[in-house]
Design a binder for this molecule. Structure first.
Ligand code: SAM
Length: 280
């Protein structure tokens, strides 16, 4: 059997009893980095005195060649547990080829639930979650990143991306250019770790806040609100964006209320409550 086994994205206490059991009873653990996997087993108190579980390297460089070899091991009756360095294997991580190889041979595959940075960030973002699009890593070249953002900007769903701390400010510059400064975004940084931080607000404001912390450090998920769906807009969607943008620019509450009242077809009596809900 192949068992897909997520591992913590920063907090060892996130290991579930089922993950621990899978790691303990594995014949082989297919992992990105054998030293790192060995360290995790050590921290969890899983002894490897008789050489079991064996640790087999399975990463981006070896995935193509090793998938069949590992599938052979599954076919020969071994329990193979697939892990990655952190989070859920196959999600912006190697694993897909191995799962596919096992599926093609009709071997038993099971997937354990566990942390995935994208879902942790999205669930804490406050952005719409009824539908979302997972992009993985945005291109690193500025030109290709902008072009990709232009394509993504057609979506009305929240977009979830992984980004490096070195590029996050430049990525936000591109979001501001392509989607506008008022587009709501959420940065989930160092999730589940000691210095976990969510930074939410307009792209402009979040960029400003990150610049105040420069150099930005740690692991980052960037969630971007989808393009407003004007067909479904009950009038508040655009007004909400104006409220957030004006507030971020330091405009007074009373002026925001007058502006929103003038510009949008929404009940005047609810505007102050709405401002209070959206901004501190
Ligand atoms: N498979 C992993 C998962 O399920 O979360 C993702 C692997 S991907 C190679 C690594 C990226 O995930 C990081 O560069 C970062 O963008 C994001 N990430 C991983 N751990 C994170 C954390 N604790 N906080 C924020 N982002 C994290």
């Amino acid at each position: 059997m192949l068992v897909i086994c997520p591992t913590p994205i920063g907090n060892l206490d996130d290991v579930t009893p089922r993950q621990r059991e899978a790691l303990t009873s594995a014949d082989i653990i297919a992992c990105e980095d054998t030293r790192r996997a060995g360290k995790l087993l050590e921290l969890l108190g899983i002894a490897r005195s008789d050489g079991r579980p064996k640790l087999w390297r399975y990463d981006d460089h070896t995935a193509r060649d090793r998938a069949d070899e590992i599938a052979d091991a599954v076919e020969n009756g071994n329990t193979v547990v697939l892990t990655s360095d952190a989070g859920t294997p196959t999600i912006s991580d190697p694993g897909y080829r191995l799962v596919r190889a096992c599926r093609q041979r009709d071997l038993e595959v099971t997937a354990l639930p566990g942390p995935a940075a994208a879902v942790v960030a999205l669930s804490g973002s406050g952005l719409a979650t009824d539908r979302f699009y997972f992009e993985g890593f945005l291109p690193t070249s500025p030109e290709r990143r902008r072009h990709r953002l232009e394509e993504l900007d057609r979506l009305h769903t929240t977009i979830v991306t992984y980004e490096s701390p070195r590029r996050i400010i430049k990525a936000l510059d591109d979001v501001i250019e392509v989607c506008g400064p008022a587009r709501e975004v959420c940065i989930g940084r160092e999730l589940t770790k000691l210095h976990e931080e969510f930074v939410v607000g307009s792209a402009e404001r979040v960029r400003q806040k990150l610049e105040e912390q420069a150099p930005v450090r740690g692991e980052i998920v960037l969630c971007i609100a989808g393009r407003p769906d004007t067909d479904k807009d009950d009038g508040w969607e655009q007004a909400d964006r104006a409220i957030v943008l004006l507030h971020d620019q330091g405009v007074r509450r009373r002026t925001i209320k007058d502006f929103v009242d003038e510009m949008f077809d929404i009940p005047r009596s609810q505007i102050y409550d709405r401002i209070d809900q959206l901004v501190d």
